[in-house]
Design a binder for this molecule. Structure first.
Ligand code: ADP
Ligand code: ZN
Length: 719
């Protein structure tokens, strides 16, 4: 059975072990809700059914086997091809209070024996291992001694020769079913391909598996395509909008990763580079620095990103156009895994397309046609004047009914204008100079420049000299790029980048073919989040302090900061500003274990911040309100707070409403019942007391309600 996003709502809801997966999600991971499909998948797995899971990167696959591991009686054995990822996952689990370990070739035999012993004694819930290890004879004998509840095969596409990352040792995993016929299996992958999907199930020997295909839409990722001109300048401008955030810039060549990093460093930005030509030590060193937020900007070839699941990558830039949509999707997928907004930018240049075409035509691969067609699809994406997410998802056979609102086309709807005359001017200049001049020189001719080149070749004599004076140099450049993209002009890369008539050239020049172009300002406006509001600035201030603490704690634990708390969790903390353990528990991503381990330290930072803010307000009223807030968040009643602080209850209520109006999320409506509130509101409406005096209302109601209840109702009516 195939479950798609639309049919999952009908999936079975029986709970075979009578325990609710939600409690595990909250207690161990600190999350309140499952993401789409997670719960259905967990129920299928816990129910003993073989299960195949297709979910995009960042969709949340891990909890789909980690929660079953907790719910099932024995141990779950996880097969994962990447040693670095195993370590990451085990560290994350341990910090969440889930007993887990990994066994692989990097450990000493003593370490391995200790872990094996823990497994046999039933002390662990999850054991991660590599496929190679799993297949050895001695390991088999060891496994036979365990009470295995589940096998989880991560990155399961590696089993399929159809997949893009085939690993021969994965194909032997069919022995799992032969040797452990009674143990259910779950296979997980982010590869959407249909052939791969069927192949996975049959190669693992799964029996009537339930297949879950989650939506590949990642709404938190913004999508933008920018013209591939002045890239460095555009990147610097983008990064200025996103200070102190981590991101990746994918480049085509090893050399360009290095030169770009150097140029960014010259501009004072913290950039590093990564490519397959570096030594193993160098590579793991820069990777580690990136994970730990010590290098924020990574200029890399596509070799970078496979083995890491850093959740706080806030942006991904493609310096060059990717070869196809699969690659593009996988690479942008590395941004925003924590679910918080993240930005993606692709620089589109015709030169990149030409380079690929040349490479393909030279190499003549067997599937040349397919590869060229795939290149064309990504070109269509880059060229689009309609919602980009629609185009992206349609490539993965998914339909988006409404425009997304989070791509550059949705944010800055394209206004086209009739550019036929403009196109004719450009074409005519190209023809009259013998299809020999490159772009910059052509623009000089069109704009009537008296540059040395123009004069030297006598281009100031041609008939079209200066016919494009009215446009700025940059605008011409932009329009020429658009004209190239639609086929009016062509670049001869093998003839010093000379511009020539494209396939539509003659039609525009002689047959009155109309051409529409887009104004450059629509195309180049960045869609990343910028200009923060005031409330956000103060939020960021607290966020920044929490970020510093997170980094310190991460250093002590020797794990990357996002393993302590994700950006999303830190943002939620800065928004809610809890001052008590219970308040902190409400923050998404704070489970019991982390609360116990670091809760106090994060609370201290928040309390200190809130106090400081009250003082900055210049009045003692601010700090007295904060004291009231702390007591209220600790769960004290209004009377108790009043007694503790030696204030009247009316004053305490006044504090609480002032705090609520200042943006604190306080459940003050719970202080009166809906009936009380309705009756008092009616009385207030009739009496219309001056200066919000309580007494006339109190008397009108014949003393049946307390002054407190009246004051609370008034506060609720105001806020
Ligand atoms: P994948 O393996 O599919 O790429 P992960 O399992 O690494 O994704 O999950 C990505 C991020 O989403 C992690 O930070 C994880 O803690 C978080 N996450 C998973 N499930 C939920 C949920 N139900 N609510 C909030 N965050 C979640
Ligand atoms: Zn859109």
């Amino acid at each position: 059975m195939i479950v798609t996003p639309t049919t999952v709502a009908n999936a079975g809801t029986g709970d075979p072990v009578g325990r609710d997966p939600h409690t595990f999600l909250k207690r161990y991971f600190g999350y309140d809700q499952f993401r789409p499909m997670q719960e259905a998948i967990i129920r299928s797995v816990v129910g003993g059914r073989d299960t195949v899971v297709l979910m995009p990167t960042g969709g949340g696959k891990s909890v789909c086997f980690q929660i079953p591991a907790l719910m099932l009686p024995g141990i779950t054995v996880v097969v994962s091809p990447l040693i670095a990822l195993m370590k990451d996952q085990v560290e994350g689990l341990t910090l969440n209070g889930i007993p887990a370990a990994f066994l692989n070739s990097t450990q000493s035999s003593r370490e391995q024996r200790k872990i094996e012993d823990d497994c046999i004694k039933g002390r662990l819930k999850l054991l991660y291992t590599s496929p190679e290890k799993l297949l050895s004879e001695s390991f088999y004998i060891f496994l036979k001694q365990l009470n295995i509840s589940l096998f989880a095969i991560d990155e399961a596409h590696c089993i399929s020769s159809w997949g893009h990352d085939f690993r021969p040792e994965y194909t032997q995993l069919n022995v799992l079913r032969q040797n452990f016929p009674e143990v259910p299996m779950v296979a997980l992958t982010a590869t959407a391909d249909k052939l791969t999907r069927q192949d996975i199930a049959s190669r693992l020997g799964m029996i009537d598996p339930e297949v879950f295909v989650a939506s590949f839409n990642r709404p938190n990722l913004s999508l933008q395509v920018l013209p591939g001109i002045n890239r460095l300048q555009q990147i610097v401008r983008l990064l200025q909008l996103k200070p102190d955030t981590s991101g990746i810039i994918y480049c085509l060549s090893r050399k360009s990763t290095e030169s770009l990093a150097a140029k960014l460093q010259e501009k004072g930005l913290m950039a590093g580079f990564y490519h397959a030509g570096m030594s193993n030590t160098e590579r793991s060193m820069v990777q580690e620095m990136f994970l730990k937020d010590d290098i924020r900007i990574m200029c890399a070839t596509i070799a970078f990103g496979m083995g890491i699941d850093k959740s706080n990558v806030r942006w991904v830039i493609h310096y060059n156009m990717p070869k196809n949509m699969e690659g593009f999707y996988q690479e942008i997928g590395r941004a925003g895994r924590d679910g918080s907004p993240a930005d993606t930018v692709l620089f589109y240049s015709f030169a990149d397309v030409a380079t690929y075409k040349e490479m393909l035509n030279d190499a003549k691969p067997a599937n040349l046609g397919v590869q060229l067609a795939k290149l064309e699809r990504i070109q269509q994406y880059a060229d689009a004047n309609t919602c980009r997410r629609r185009i992206l998802l349609s490539y993965f056979s998914e339909e988006l009914t409404d425009p997304c609102g989070n791509c550059d086309v949705c944010r800055n709807p394209r206004i086209t204008f009739d550019a036929t005359v403009l196109a004719q001017k450009a074409l005519s200049a190209i023809v009259r100079t013998g299809e020999r001049v490159p772009m910059n020189l052509l623009i000089d001719i069109l704009r009537g420049s008296r540059s040395q080149m123009v004069l030297q070749y006598g281009y100031d004599k041609v008939k079209t000299y200066g016919v494009g004076k009215d446009l700025k140099f940059e605008d011409w450049r932009n329009y020429l790029h658009q004209l190239i993209n639609v086929g009016v002009i062509e670049i001869a890369y093998d003839q010093h980048y000379a511009l020539k008539k494209g396939i539509l050239g003659d039609a525009v020049l002689f047959e009155g073919r109309k051409i529409e172009l887009v104004r450059p300002e629509d195309v180049t406006k960045p869609v990343v989040e910028k200009a923060r509001t005031r409330t956000q600035q103060t939020k960021d201030d607290l966020y920044a302090r929490l970020d510093v603490l997170r980094k310190a704690v991460a250093g002590e634990q020797n794990v990357p900061p996002y393993v302590i708390f994700t950006d999303t969790t830190l943002e939620d903390m800065a928004r809610q500003r809890p001052t008590t353990p219970d308040g902190l528990r409400n923050v998404s991503g704070v489970g019991e274990r982390k609360l116990q381990l670091f809760g106090r330290r994060f609370l201290d930072v928040i309390v200190e911040y809130v106090r400081g803010q009250a003082k900055d307000g210049g009045s003692t009223r601010g700090s007295t309100q904060v004291l009231t807030l702390e007591l209220f968040q600790r769960g004290l009643t209004i009377e108790a707070i009043a007694a503790e602080r030696n204030l009247t209850t009316i004053t305490v209520i006044g504090h609480l409403f002032a705090l609520k109006n200042a943006g604190y999320d306080l459940p003050l409506e719970d202080l009166v019942t809906p009936q009380e509130r309705a009756e008092i509101e009616q009385a207030i409406g009739l009496v219309k007391p001056e200066n919000n005096a309580l007494k006339p209302v109190y008397e009108h109601l014949g003393g049946r309600f307390s002054y407190d209840a009246i004051r609370i109702t008034m506060g609720l009516m105001e806020s």
